[in-house]
Design a protein around this ligand. Structure first.
Ligand SMILES: NC(=O)c1ccc[n+]([C@@H]2O[C@H](COP(=O)([O-])OP(=O)(O)OC[C@H]3O[C@@H](n4cnc5c(N)ncnc54)[C@H](OP(=O)(O)O)[C@@H]3O)[C@@H](O)[C@H]2O)c1
Length: 296
């Protein structure tokens, strides 16, 4: 059953327009961050009555992505008479859902604390999720290759390429999780330190303030943080590069996803480096790359 007949899921013609607009215009939107000196999220979030609590904002802006993709995978094949999607389509859809089960559901649950997110940033992220999941989901469900023969025609060594791409995807996912975890550990260790102080103060008969690790930052050092400040971003790009390789170089939605992520996250990493230098000083941060070793 279609949510909005002809629009969600979209017809092939509407999907083609969406994919063209998505790949041409979104990088432009992402790059506007170079001109705008405001970002209402994370380190640069500020008090505002338009803020949404971090965990709620994150969960509600990221979840519609994988829900949209699942919905399209359920409805679109039947509308096009596809009754048995090849395993490659199912595996790729599964990878998308695995990634976003972590990113949308587990991530906000695991974070010891999350800064509030401004409703405008929330809106942009939601827009990104719905466009991206529609672009990719329709390709996987009906408008990309839907037979073994069509997959074989995506290039020589299609299966080997698929396996290599998936290997890269998992490497990126593991790296992304590992470095997210290092950032969580900074807050957890601060929480433990503050808890000890609170206990000590209580034992001394004082009435101490409650431990609070909100917006507590340190320069992370573990893993690739030794060399750069945003290895979790780089690992996420490796993930989606792997996905694109598995889907085939001709998969425009997978390419657009990677390019649009870089367009959103690269300015954020560069400005994040400026933030680190301002807060912790050139000595502690200066030699680390922002996100691309050897480039910036
Ligand atoms: N931002 C994007 O546009 C985007 C797009 C696609 C995917 N992602 C992925 O989503 C994940 C989170 O992205 P993000 O932009 O929120 O990353 P981030 O700015 O590095 O923050 C990640 C989390 O770690 C905390 N944190 C950051 N730096 C810290 C430090 N130096 N010490 C202690 N805690 C620190 C943040 O707390 P606070 O919230 O309190 O600042 C936040 O909860 C990443 O894995 C990224 O790959 C992000």
């Amino acid at each position: 059953m279609s949510l909005v007949p002809g629009w969600m899921p979209p017809t092939r013609e509407r999907w083609e327009v969406l994919v063209s607009a998505w790949q041409l215009f979104y990088p432009f939107l992402g790059n506007l961050q170079w001109l705008i000196n405001w970002y209402g999220m994370g380190k640069t979030s500020k008090d505002s009555r338009f803020n949404i609590p971090g965990r709620i904002a994150w969960f509600t802006m990221e979840s519609p992505g994988f829900l949209t993709l699942l919905y399209i995978m359920k409805t679109l094949p039947l509308q096009h008479g596809v009754t048995d999607l090849p395993w490659q389509n199912r595996v790729l859809a599964g990878l998308f859902v695995i990634h976003y089960s972590y990113r949308a559901v587990l991530f906000p649950y695991l974070q010891p604390s999350m800064a509030p997110i401004h409703v405008l940033v929330w809106g942009f992220a939601l827009f990104f999720q719905i466009c991206n999941a529609t672009s990719l989901g329709c390709w996987l469900a009906a408008y990309g290759p839907t037979t073994e023969e069509a997959w074989a025609a995506t290039g020589s060594f299609a299966t080997a390429r698929f396996v290599l791409g998936i290997g890269l995807f998992y490497l990126g996912l593991a790296g992304n999780f590992f470095h997210d975890e290092e950032l969580r550990e900074i807050r957890r260790s601060e929480q433990r330190r503050q808890d000890r102080l609170v206990q000590q103060a209580a034992a001394d008969g004082k009435s101490p303030a409650k431990a609070d690790v909100t917006k507590h930052y340190r320069v992370p050092e573990a893993g690739l943080f030794k060399y750069m400040l945003y290895p979790h971003y780089l690992c996420e790009w490796v993930e989606w590069l792997g996905f694109w390789i598995a889907a085939g170089w001709g998969c425009v939605p997978a390419r657009a996803f990677l390019i649009n992520e870089i367009a959103t996250m690269f300015p954020r990493a560069v400005k994040g480096k400026w933030w680190y230098v301002e807060k912790f000083g050139e000595d502690k941060v200066g030699k680390k790359w922002a996100v691309l070793p050897g480039v910036y």
